[in-house]
Design a protein around this ligand. Structure first.
Ligand code: HEC
Ligand code: HEC
Ligand code: HEC
Ligand code: HEC
Ligand code: HEC
Length: 453
């Protein structure tokens, strides 16, 4: 049965190769031109869709896109950092409205910026809602980014399949719904300094999954045999999970780890080299992706000797340029937070807050003064990209000169890959709810050596 759904879909794509909305799309605004071009009333609420599309609604409601405006960290970053920063620095003026182009599209299209705070319960709270995506008919420009999509609100809902009918609305098949460019209009972002500060769809494009036709949808909205509406016949329906880094099950096992020592048996005053292989097996883009400025993904290797004493093994340096940003340390960073926080002599906070010597898979963002920043809109340049590419395998080594106090017998060595959405020092400074800085283990592996006299 699922085969039939796929065949209908394929036929649909073959017959309707061009965007049906092309003519209309030429007159409708995209990107910045769309600011204030519509009103809230042009769009239906997600609650309206819920009555028939119950399961899809309940799935979407739990996703971050349903909370893109109301989620507490978003509120803090927008109202405490971005808005005051935009008001103080003319070069950043555009972001006061711009954040909403992706996080509160209805408010952006209605020209209601800055929108009322989430607690006021305005329609900005609908965030990336059903009617946001299901009225998008294409995008304008060469590369999808910075909300350069085209919205055509109204009775017609665009969907992934031809020939669907509904008692509440008209439906129209649009190939755009099946393309990663749809996601790219919000998941690729350029800063006011013309720097790519989000490039999830571009990373996907240059990686192996695009060549195989495995799209964002296949991993984040996988199809299952189900009813898309309460009165519909079962079909192969994209589940609106949109699970990402906020979902432990999505992060779990995204990278596989193995580790081996160069020697199994070592004299008590000897040296062992552990090699760890990290394989990005599950993500269609780099890890981390998206809000890379906030993310910490780090490899921690610890050893426990026969007496139960534990040791942290520092990673070996490789000697590439910019490497210092990829090894955790106690340096201070993020001094540019002082501008929006109105603390002119702000010394910064700890850059990583995870202890020293661990390998961090990251790409640092720099402000116009060359200091590391977590404010992606204040990013004037990028540092070394040491993230794990899709299906890439990386090797890290740990040379361990056995400490004099080591106990004889078996030493168990564990490698853990950890993930943190927001580094603790920044989360504490801005009083971001703890769940944003919770440490999640992506994976772990073990090996052992024998120490003899
Ligand atoms: C981020 C954009 C986005 C949001 C938000 C979104 N959808 Fe979708 N929706 C899609 C995409 C993309 C597909 C096509 C998935 C596929 O077929 O691969 C889709 C498919 C559908 C379908 C067709 C299912 C089928 O295959 O028969 C329905 C119905 C639907 N969505 C309803 C909703 C409702 C209701 C909401 C809100 C509760 C919603 N969508 C929110 C992007 C979105
Ligand atoms: C009164 C019930 C009802 C309401 C309310 C409703 N829909 Fe639907 N919708 C349907 C039915 C029925 C279908 C066809 C499903 C099928 O046959 O698989 C459908 C299909 C769709 C499709 C798929 C079209 C395609 O080409 O594959 C989309 C997208 C969609 N609805 C979006 C929405 C959105 C967005 C809302 C809220 C603004 C909404 N619907 C409200 C009943 C409803
Ligand atoms: C082969 C499966 C796969 C494909 C294809 C894929 N992803 Fe992912 N995605 C994942 C996995 C696994 C994670 C969790 C690991 C992580 O956060 O990096 C993830 C994480 C994410 C995150 C969360 C990142 C963060 O740090 O918050 C976003 C956003 C995302 N994906 C968007 C996309 C978009 C947009 C596309 C298409 C351009 C896409 N993904 C394609 C598997 C996939
Ligand atoms: C209108 C803009 C927009 C479109 C279109 C859009 N997204 Fe998003 N998406 C967002 C925003 C904004 C967030 C961040 C929500 C937050 O945490 O504040 C997000 C978050 C996500 C996350 C959750 C990441 C996490 O950290 O857990 C996933 C997964 C995701 N999107 C996938 C997709 C996919 C797949 C598509 C295309 C089918 C898509 N998005 C289309 C704006 C969009
Ligand atoms: C081009 C679209 C776009 C623009 C413009 C944009 N964002 Fe986002 N934002 C996203 C997407 C997509 C994500 C999800 C990426 C991920 O999961 O890593 C996101 C994630 C976030 C997050 C959540 C990070 C987390 O840990 O989950 C915050 C906070 C945020 N954005 C704030 C802002 C602020 C403030 C602005 C304006 C200065 C802004 N964004 C502008 C698309 C955008």
């Amino acid at each position: 049965m699922p085969v039939r759904g796929t065949l209908t879909l394929l036929l649909g794509i073959l017959c309707l190769g061009h965007l049906p909305g092309l003519a209309a799309s030429q007159t409708l605004p995209a990107g910045e031109e769309a600011l204030g071009s519509k009103s809230y009333d042009d769009y239906e609420t997600p609650a309206r869709c819920r009555s028939c599309h119950t399961d899809l609604f309940r799935q979407w409601e739990q996703s971050m896109m349903a909370q893109a405006y109301t989620h507490h960290w978003d509120e803090i970053e927008y109202f405490q950092l971005a808005v005051p920063h935009a008001q103080r620095d003319p070069q950043l003026a555009e972001v006061e409205a711009g954040c909403n182009g992706c996080h509160a599209p209805l408010a952006y299209w209605a020209g209601d910026v800055p929108p009322p705070r989430p607690e006021e319960g305005s329609r900005a709270n609908e965030s990336v809602s059903c009617d946001v995506c299901h009225t998008l008919i294409g995008y304008r420009g060469e590369v999808p980014h910075n909300y350069n999509h085209i919205s055509r609100p109204g009775r017609v809902k665009v969907g992934p399949k031809p020939g669907k009918s509904s008692p509440h609305h008209d439906t129209e098949f649009n190939r755009f719904m099946l393309q990663t460019e749809l996601c790219g209009t919000c998941h690729n972002e350029k800063s006011p300094f013309d720097v790519w500060v989000k490039s999830t769809q571009l990373e996907w494009q240059e990686g192996p999954y695009s060549r195989e036709g495995v799209r964002c949808h296949d991993c984040h909205a996988p199809r299952a045999w189900a009813r898309s509406a309460s009165m519909a016949e079962p079909d192969s329906v994209g589940q609106h999970l949109f699970h990402g880094a906020h979902s432990i099950s999505k992060l779990s096992g995204a990278v596989e780890l193995r580790m081996h020592p160069d020697v199994r048996e070592v004299e008590f005053d000897g040296t062992v080299v552990f090699s760890v292989q990290l394989f990005n097996a599950k993500a269609g883009h780099k890890i981390p992706t998206g809000s890379v400025e906030d993310r910490l993904v780090w490899l921690e290797v610890t050893a426990i000797d026969a007496a139960g004493q534990s040791y942290v093994l520092p990673v070996d340096e490789k000697g590439f340029s910019g490497e210092a940003y990829t090894i955790s340390s106690d340096v201070l960073a993020y001094q540019d937070l002082g501008v929006p926080l109105d603390r002119p002599d702000f010394p910064g906070v700890q850059r990583d807050g995870i202890g020293a010597g661990h390998r961090i898979f990251r790409m640092p963002y720099f402000d116009p003064q060359g200091r590391m920043t977590i404010m992606q809109w204040n990013t004037a340049s990028l540092g070394v990209d040491y993230r794990l590419g899709p299906r890439e395998t990386r090797i890290e080594t740990f040379t361990w000169v056995l400490p004099p106090e080591i106990a004889l017998g078996r030493v168990t060595v564990e490698a853990r890959l950890n993930y943190q959405k927001l580094m603790t020092p920044v989360a504490e400074l801005l009083e971001v709810p703890e769940e944003e800085s919770e440490v999640v283990m992506i994976n772990r592996t073990r090996t052992s050596i024998e120490v003899y006299d």
